[in-house]
Design a protein around this ligand. Structure first.
Ligand code: SF4
Length: 290
């Protein structure tokens, strides 16, 4: 896989990357990178520039106790399994998994068997495999994503497929029946944030028509994808629900006052990245901890 020198992004180099190609999000991450917050998780991000000593110290000095009782992701501004972040991933898994309800990674990488074995020893680890059927605009293959989901079953790592993003007229969903055969019953779909200047060169006009003028809002057109999910024997479930169902009985559970204090202390470090309102995201962050 080709390494890139871009400050942000990763070797997968998705042409629709929300970190590098969507202006409203790029602006957010240009200001601060350490924490991302949405309704499902809090994400701890290592610095994009590993030579930035101050940013690296900020990552390692972050008071992890503020993540106690939460569902915590690692590195949403790049791929969590990129070797560049090997040490930071190790630090995250060793130090956050004992105090969080769940620790999670979303990936498009070909995670090795050796890494899957390590992950299988962390009972509260969950793997989200992004599988989009967009081989033409990502430096990864759908067949490799399916293979990762197959190997996750083999190594007993709890995994969940997510089509993120679905692009009308481009995403090839012919892999859905294979997911069912591999033993996956649920899947989530997310929309695309469209930036015309950055995406017009590769997106066919027939697809653009669904997104033009949507001003980088997340758009998931109803063009028949739900029927394809159903005919493959799969059911839709949001990632948030999958986490919630899975961690219902997980500890620790904080008192609401403690949870509120932790979230209040995290906010100055955080970018809220959600289609929901800030108040909804903050409320969900508090509830996850209780
Ligand atoms: S895998 Fe994620 S971070 Fe990497 S290029 Fe694709 S969208 Fe961007």
């Amino acid at each position: 896989m080709r390494e890139v020198n871009e400050k942000y992004g990763c070797p997968i180099a998705c042409k629709y990357c929300v970190i590098t190609k969507v202006e409203c999000r790029k602006k957010l991450w240009d200001k601060k990178t350490l924490i991302g917050l949405n309704r499902a998780v809090t994400i701890l991000n290592p610095p994009p520039d590993k030579n930035d000593k101050k940013a690296l110290a900020e990552f390692y000095d972050f008071p992890l106790e503020l993540l106690c009782g939460d569902i915590v992701g690692f590195n949403a501004i790049s791929d969590p399994f990129w070797m560049k972040y090997e040490n930071e991933l190790k630090y995250f898994l060793e130090n956050v998994s004992p105090l969080a309800k769940l620790v999670v990674c979303v990936t498009k990488f070909n995670v090795s068997d050796e890494m899957l074995k390590k992950l299988s020893r962390i009972p509260n680890f969950r793997l989200n495999v992004s599988i989009t059927g967009l081989d033409a605009v990502e430096k990864t293959k759908t067949s490799d994503r399916l293979d990762l989901l197959r190997r996750a079953k083999k190594f007993k790592v709890k995994a969940f497929p997510i089509v993120h993003p679905y692009i009308a007229g481009m995403s090839d969903l012919s892999f859905l029946p294979e997911l069912k055969k591999l033993g996956y019953d649920f899947i989530d779909f997310k929309g695309l944030r469209y930036n015309h200047e950055n995406m017009k060169t590769w997106m066919p006009k027939n697809s653009q028509k669904f997104y033009r003028g949507t001003e980088e809002k997340e758009i998931l057109p109803e063009d028949g994808w739900r029927e394809k999910v159903e005919s493959a024997g799969l059911k839709l479930q949001s990632l948030k629900k999958w986490y919630k169902k899975d961690c219902k009985n997980f500890q620790p559970k904080l008192k609401e006052k403690e949870a509120r204090e932790s979230v209040g202390k995290i906010l100055p470090f955080a970018n809220i990245t959600s289609s929901a309102t800030d108040a909804e995201v903050i409320r969900a962050s508090i509830l996850r901890r209780t």
